[in-house]
Design a protein. Structure first.
Lengths: 320, 317, 217
């Protein structure tokens, strides 16, 4: 659990610091270095003497498309150069994870793309949890027709297959709008669809808390609805909200990645892990250039971390 | 009214509600199939408007919904503007392809998950590959599919996309079957691998819960050997929650494979749906949504009914 | 003890509960309600405590047909359930004051500690959460909370039933002391006839929603 949590915090910190950690801007193209493999970092030069870490310039063999190191041109890695943590002087290039078809640094795009993918997941999960909290509390506390209509409505929404619903809703809304609008739209759609399950769970908690004797006693002293909810009922929902968040966040990250993979997310040149993957697939490029699959591995790592944390949390609540 | 009757009625209401909502939503969506045409400078606005009129786009909501409902009952499911044909005939071959894929994958996944889950439950605190499965669980279908594509290209053993090769019609029946199987192999594996960890987890959890039940503990105290205990006593008890899960598996037969189909080029409902949605061809979109929802609702119904038959306590209510 | 009864009940009726129940309860008395399950004891108690409304009949407390809620308090059977496990002892006891907006934080804390002391609990434990207390201690907390707003009538619905025998005895004695100190009137619902014999001054037997018998203990 601790490991997973530490990993997640580290990743999110890195994402937050993306403009400083990334050697290049996400749209910066190096036309001479399309599909360049990850730069090899050397410490020993050809004669065996030690230097500060450096990379060689590379040149592309136009026939085969593969790259060769130019032993004559060495570019030392500079720390805190030009506004980022690491970098090299041009015309050298530091592609920690290689470059894509437009010669854009995959590592930098990975960091910037993480902003879109991870933040969408995070905020959308908060949205779902928030809506679920509100509606679940209303349904569980006031019961009657409020409860009935909310639960029936939720049932209708749950009857639809999730991904189909997501795709349909996304695509039926304007497709080519600004990046910010798309970002917000994605969050609203993904988060707005998934409120039903959290709402049900919260409703159950609220229902049982409402019937408890201590709420009865407080009511006996003349407590208002607001007081009861604030002091007695809502505090019991925090456990559910937290565990739901750990389940929803990875699901929603995956939703964003899937949607942008299918071309329904943020558009070029803004990277998201999804559209970075789809780029690789378009030219079957990923076979010859496996570093293009890095966003996929990154996704798996994040999902795994959330899975571990979620498992640990559920185990804790169950045993207690 | 009997339990079956009530649940059936409930399901019908849900489907009706979903269809009305979907229709409504498609209505509210900005732009329609003709918006793209309107943007085309070669078409005059009047021509586009005339096309819309002929397609009946300006009739009232209940009228259009009614038309669509009637058309669906005939098996046509409305009209596809993009393909200029009734939707129904477009769907059936795709539906078949998807079902072929998902039912095979679901079957394989269950066949593997049950023994695996039982075995894992029997080895409570010793190594049982749980970490491996958890890792697999974290890998989304999308990535498994991409990985499978890489595998296909690298090894050259599997065809890249499609359900049949060229010249399919001329092949012998045996060759045809082999051809489809070759095309199916990777997509099915990807889907099955995607389903396996979740199912195995549930099987294991159900087994563990049954193993801790008083009847199992006393059986063990009576000296019944482990294997017999697991298979003849615990497993049947653990089937109970698994039945509901199986019903749900059935329900997702049309919806589980969208991404895999798109990535691996399998000609099922997935790619059709994606195309239709991008082209704003609501006829197809609506039909696919209704089909998959129907199956989902049906799957829940089956799960409920199986539970009902299996658990006399529910019947007594 | 004044001649006028504290509680007058006339013709109280509630469907599926009680039928035409009438009785007087003198101030300072301990009235035990006994009878089989479903006799209507809890229904009567809930009507008195204000948790339910009767369909017919009237209840007069101190000759009033409407009275402030806090004058009648009920203590339930399960000590664990009637207290929010996350609340501290002080929060629990002071809660009625908070809800009624009486006093400030300091005066409420003081009152809570006083009540804890009168109930035989260590005031230094005021900051401990409810789940840290034993069953008997929790019932003391529940009684303390009930006493916060100085009620006239305390209804004890099987309140001692889930406690150990020795703890029962302690709390029974405590209740008697409190009654003397504060002039409380008790209505005790119990299946435990020895407990009834120990602390009740009168016994009312109910069956099928009506009073069947009434006699001094």
């Amino acid at each position: 659990m601790k490991l997973g949590l530490a990993f997640l915090i580290a990743i999110h910190a890195a994402v937050f610091l993306a403009p400083w950690l990334a050697p290049y801007d996400y749209a910066e193209q190096h036309r001479d270095f399309a599909f360049a493999p990850p730069s090899r970092i050397h410490i020993f030069d050809e004669r065996g003497s030690v230097h500060r870490p450096f990379v060689y310039g590379v040149v592309q063999d136009l026939g085969s498309g593969s790259y060769r190191e130019q032993r004559g041109a060495a570019y030392p890695i500079r720390i805190f150069a030009g506004g980022s943590l690491v970098g090299v002087d041009s015309p050298g290039a530091l592609f920690l994870l290689g470059s894509d078809g437009f010669g854009r640094d995959v590592f930098s795009r990975l960091l910037y793309g993480a902003r879109i993918s991870l933040l969408t997941g995070l905020i959308a999960a908060m949205l779902s949890a928030g809506i679920g909290l509100l509606l679940g509390t209303l349904a569980g506390y006031f019961r009657g027709w409020v409860d009935q209509s909310l639960m029936r409505g939720g049932e209708l929404m749950m009857a639809l297959p999730w991904l189909y619903l997501l795709l349909a809703v996304r695509a039926l809304l304007p497709l080519h709008v600004s990046t910010l609008r798309t970002f917000v739209l994605m969050i609203v759609i993904i988060g707005g669809i998934g409120w039903v399950r959290p709402a049900r769970l919260i409703r159950a908690v609220v229902l049982s808390a409402r019937e408890s004797d201590f709420v009865l006693a407080a009511r006996g002293f003349g407590a208002s609805h607001f007081y009861l909810l604030r002091r007695h009922i809502l505090p019991f929902t925090t456990g559910v909200v937290v565990t739901q968040a750990t389940v929803l966040i990875p699901q929603y990250i995956l939703a964003e990645v899937s949607l942008s993979f299918l071309g329904l997310g943020v558009g070029e040149p803004v990277p998201s892990w999804g559209n970075m993957l789809s780029e690789g697939m378009q030219y079957h490029a990923m076979v010859s250039h496996p570093w293009l699959l890095v966003p996929g591995f990154a996704t798996v790592a994040i999902l795994l971390a959330y899975l571990k944390v979620g498992d640990a949390l559920t185990e804790r609540t169950v045993t207690y | 009214m009997s339990y079956l009757g009530r649940r059936l009625l409930h399901s019908v209401f849900i489907l009706l509600g979903v269809s009305v909502l979907s229709f409504l939503f498609a209505d509210l969506a900005p732009g329609d199939f003709y918006s793209a045409l309107r943007a085309d400078p070669r078409m005059s606005p009047q021509a586009v408007e005339a096309m819309r009129q002929r397609a009946g786009a300006n009739k009232s909501f209940p009228a259009r919904y009614g038309d669509w409902a009637v058309s669906s009952l005939h098996g046509d499911f409305g009209y596809s503007l993009a393909f200029n044909a009734p939707v129904g005939p477009l769907l059936w071959p795709r539906l078949g392809a998807t079902l072929l894929l998902t039912s095979t994958a679901t079957l394989l996944a269950w066949l593997a998950a049950v023994p695996l889950g039982v075995w894992q439950a029997s080895r409570r605190n010793r190594w049982s590959g749980r970490a491996v499965l958890t890792f697999l669980l974290a890998i989304p279908d999308l990535l498994l599919a991409l990985g499978a594509l890489v595998l296909a290209v690298e090894s050259g053993l599997f065809p890249l996309g499609g359900m049949v090769s060229r010249g399919f019609a001329e092949m012998s029946s045996a060759a045809q079957v082999r051809d489809v199987l070759r095309h199916m192999a990777l997509p099915v594996s990807v889907l099955a691998l995607g389903m396996l960890p979740v199912l195995a987890r549930h099987v294991r959890a159900a087994m563990v819960e049954a193993m801790d039940a008083p009847f199992a503990l006393s059986a063990r105290a009576n000296g019944i050997p482990q294997a017999r205990l697991l298979l003849r006593h615990v497993l049947p008890a653990a089937m109970h929650p698994l039945i509901a899960l199986f019903g749900l598996s059935l329900g997702t037969l049309l919806s589980a494979s969208l991404l895999v189909e798109v990535v691996m080029g399998w000609p099922g409902l997935g790619p059709l749906f994606l195309e239709a949605v991008t082209a704003r061809d609501f006829g197809v979109v609506l039909a696919v949504v209704m089909l998959s929802t129907t199956l989902l609702v049906f799957g829940n119904l089956v799960a409920d009914l199986l539970l009902y038959r299996a658990d006399p306590r529910i019947r007594a209510k | 003890m004044s001649a006028e009864p504290l509680l007058r009940i006339r013709g109280l009726t509630k469907t599926y509960g009680i039928r035409d129940v009438s009785m007087d309860v003198a101030a300072g008395a301990t009235l035990a309600l006994i009878g089989p399950s479903g006799a209507g004891k809890s229904t009567l108690a809930r009507c008195l405590a204000g948790f339910e409304r009767a369909d017919a009949g009237e209840i007069l407390l101190d000759r009033r047909s409407e009275w402030p809620r806090h004058e009648v308090q009920m203590i339930l059977q399960q000590p664990a359930a009637s207290l929010n496990p996350r609340f501290t002892a002080e929060e629990i006891i002071a809660e009625p004051l908070v809800i009624q907006r009486q006093g400030n934080a300091a005066s409420r804390a003081k009152r809570a500690r006083e009540l804890m002391a009168s109930l035989g609990l260590d005031p230094k434990a005021a900051g401990a959460p409810a789940r840290a207390f034993s069953g008997g201690e929790r019932q003391r907390l529940a009684i303390a909370r009930a006493l916060t707003l100085e009620p006239k009538l305390l209804i004890l619905d099987e309140s001692l039933a889930s406690l150990d025998l020795s703890v029962q005895a302690q709390i029974a004695n405590l209740l008697l002391d409190l009654q003397e100190q504060r002039g409380l009137t008790y209505i005790l619902i119990s299946h435990d006839l020895s407990l009834v014999g120990r602390i009740a001054s009168e016994i009312v037997v109910m069956n099928n929603g009506s009073i069947v018998e009434r006699r001094p203990a």
